[in-house]
Design a protein around this ligand. Structure first.
Ligand code: ZN
Ligand code: ZN
Length: 359
């Protein structure tokens, strides 16, 4: 990864002398990691003159391993005082920071303690991260592969009478056994009527004959996330389940066919949404069609009726239409794509052409 190139791109983007990243308990780990490769807590001052990492004694050894070439300033009193001193010594007049990533109280304290002009911007680093470098795509591809192989390993052992939580635990175990650092998000494993809740948390519900069984899952590998959804039928599928599966599959494929550099997030969403609406299910698909995936599982660009994003080659975007029937269940099919000049590459290769029986 070319960190200094990323920092240069950032300093060109901001209308200020420097940008401040502040990562405490993971509050802005994506920016810290993206700009330096450092995974500990601390602050980072990025300017045209270079970068300064401000961290405390707990992370000094880690910094010497992860970022040996980066100038490090060790916090002696408080982080605030050290940051203020670093700003003063760097001769910065105008400092930009992210109002999305930094707390209001920290911004206010900085305003009180320094004379520099503070510009609160949205989040320029996540705007840089939106177009992925080839090495990032490779890592996402590997996370997707690990996720798919883990699901493949789990599925033959799924039995009637198992609980959603048991499946979630087994799947996470398999992912970690295969080398995942952690799950990219709380795995969503939903059976029967619970699959109609798009952001369900696995519970004690036991699998029974005729249930739809939804897996919205992703592993994190080398810091990059995967995100995919597949739905199975416990035992033989009902006609109703088959019918909504086929509509969602058609919407998923229409959405993927619409993903291309230059397409708007709004139009790609509409392609899939119109197909679902045309089949009488407009009320049963309420969330956006997709989102970017990278260091975070939900990033830009957005595919939704509200999106103002235009797709560019190198962006990743999920395509995840769904139909949710309250009290019955839901189907969502989610694939992860990489936008190319004339279409997209679909990273997800797990079969989806029909509703498969398990149990
Ligand atoms: Zn998902
Ligand atoms: Zn998703």
């Amino acid at each position: 990864m070319n960190y200094s190139k990323r920092c240069d791109a950032l300093t060109e983007k901001i209308e200020a002398d420097a940008f401040l990243v502040y990562n405490m308990e993971g509050s802005d780990l994506p920016s810290m990691y993206y700009l330096t490769g450092f995974t500990g807590e601390g602050a980072l001052l990025v300017s045209a003159k270079g970068q300064i990492l401000i961290t405390d004694s707990r992370y000094i050894e880690q910094a010497s391993r992860e970022v040996p070439d980066l100038p490090v300033r060790q916090v002696r009193g408080s982080y605030l005082d050290e940051i203020v001193a670093a700003i003063r010594e760097s001769g910065i007049a105008r400092l930009a920071l992210s109002g999305v990533r930094m707390s209001c109280s920290m911004v206010n304290k900085l305003r009180e303690k320094t004379d520099v002009e503070i510009v609160v911007t949205e989040d320029p680093v996540s705007n840089l991260r939106i177009v992925k470098e080839p090495e990032e795509i490779d890592r996402i591809r590997a996370a997707v592969k690990l996720t798919e192989e883990s699901l493949d390993q789990l599925v033959p052992g799924v039995r009637i009478g198992m609980s959603e939580r048991e499946l979630a635990l087994r799947l996470e175990f398999i992912m970690r056994e295969r080398g995942a650092e952690e799950v990219a998000f709380d795995l969503i494993i939903a059976a029967g009527e619970n699959s109609a809740l798009p952001h369900y948390q696995p519970g004690q519900r036991l699998l029974k004959q005729g249930d739809l069984l939804l897996f919205d899952i992703g592993a994190k590998l080398d810091r990059y996330c995967a995100d995919m959804t597949r739905v199975f039928s416990v035992g033989e599928p009902t006609a109703r389940a088959r019918a909504i599966y086929d509509i969602v599959l058609a919407a998923n494929m229409a959405g993927i066919a619409a993903v291309s550099a230059g397409a708007s997030g709004k139009d790609v969403d509409a392609t899939a949404r119109d197909l679902i609406a045309g089949n009488g299910h407009s009320k049963h698909f309420q969330h956006g069609l997709g989102h970017g995936v990278g260091l975070e599982v939900h990033e830009g660009p957005r595919l939704s009726p509200m999106s103002t994003d235009t797709l560019q080659a190198g962006m990743t975007v999920t395509v995840e239409p769904g139909i949710y029937l309250p009290g019955f269940g839901g189907v969502r099919i989610e694939d992860l794509t990489v936008v190319t000049e004339d279409g997209c590459e679909v990273l997800t290769s797990y079969p989806k052409d029909r509703l498969v029986e398990v149990g």
